[in-house]
Ligand binder design. Structure first.
Ligand code: DGL
Length: 265
């Protein structure tokens, strides 16, 4: 095969999107908006979720194994649509696959810290994301511009995994978790886990309507588009691309939930 034909075919391979469960669909939605002609494979590892309460080594091994499988299936690039897996594994994945566009997600601290002069910014994320060095460095970068309050939210992703986006139990959980920050006591909140945008409505209600909420989904999608363009891997097929859902839990209900979250208005 000539090099040119190889490149042409390479462009039409799918982009893989990976998360510990269904949360990364919040990033997938942004990707599809920005890259409508691409084909996507979304892989959720719900069988091993949550990642946020595991050790760094466990999350790194799971992420690396799944990335390997997705590349074996022919993915031309990978979006690690999970803040926890990004902090554990994205650097080693890039070392392992130096020529492949691999994009991770991190809490959107920058736009939140710059949203007004010296705001108070609550960062909601998994215990692991907040514990890791990557987040410490991110926080240190903006500590002069904002007061940053990291808040580990163990258990929040489980509501989304169950498809509970606005039930009474979730409302009570959030009222307790956010007790000290309610009634617009913070200026901004960062949803530093890809599951949390699906609970955005209740988080907004609990914190107060004046609190600005940020998540990293759109920025991550933009970065993937840029990386594909730089590598000459943007599809030139035209027309609408496809989205395929896969999950490590062999459960029809999980795939149904994926579709439902993807199609949310
Ligand atoms: N969706 C993931 C994140 O962005 C993690 C949820 C979990 O597995 O704990 O951090």
């Amino acid at each position: 095969m000539t090099g040119e034909r190889e490149t042409e075919q390479g462009k039409e391979r799918p982009v893989a999107v990976f998360d510990s469960g269904v949360g990364g669909i919040s990033v997938l939605r942004e990707l599809v908006k920005l890259l409508p002609h691409e084909n996507f494979i979304y892989y959720g590892d719900s069988l091993h979720a949550p990642y946020g309460t595991k050790t760094l080594e466990e999350v790194r091994r799971l992420t690396t194994d799944h990335a390997e499988e997705l590349f074996e299936k022919g993915a031309k690039g990978l979006v690690v649509a999970c803040n926890t897996a990004t902090s554990a594994a994205v650097r080693s994945l890039r070392e392992q696959y130096p020529k492949v566009p691999i994009v991770g997600i991190e809490p959107a601290v920058k736009p939140a810290a710059l949203c007004k002069p010296h705001p108070t910014v609550l960062v909601m994320a998994t215990p692991m994301t907040i514990r890791e060095e990557k987040f410490r460095r991110l926080m240190a970068r903006y500590e002069k511009q904002a007061e940053i309050l990291p808040l580990p939210c163990p258990g929040l992703m489980d509501f989304i995994e169950r498809g509970d986006l606005r039930g009474e139990d979730l409302r009570r959980y959030l009222e307790e978790l956010l007790y000290d920050y309610r009634g617009s006591r913070v200026d901004a909140a960062v949803l530093g886990c890809t599951h949390y945008p699906f609970a955005r409505e209740l988080i907004q209600q609990t914190l107060g309507e004046n609190v600005r909420i940020f998540d990293g989904g759109e920025g991550t999608a933009r970065e993937m588009k840029r990386r594909l363009a730089v590598s000459g891997l943007l599809s030139s097929r035209g027309g609408k691309g496809s989205v395929t859902f896969e999950n490590s839990l062999p459960d029809a209900g999980k795939l149904e939930l994926c579709r439902k979250l993807f199609d949310l208005r």
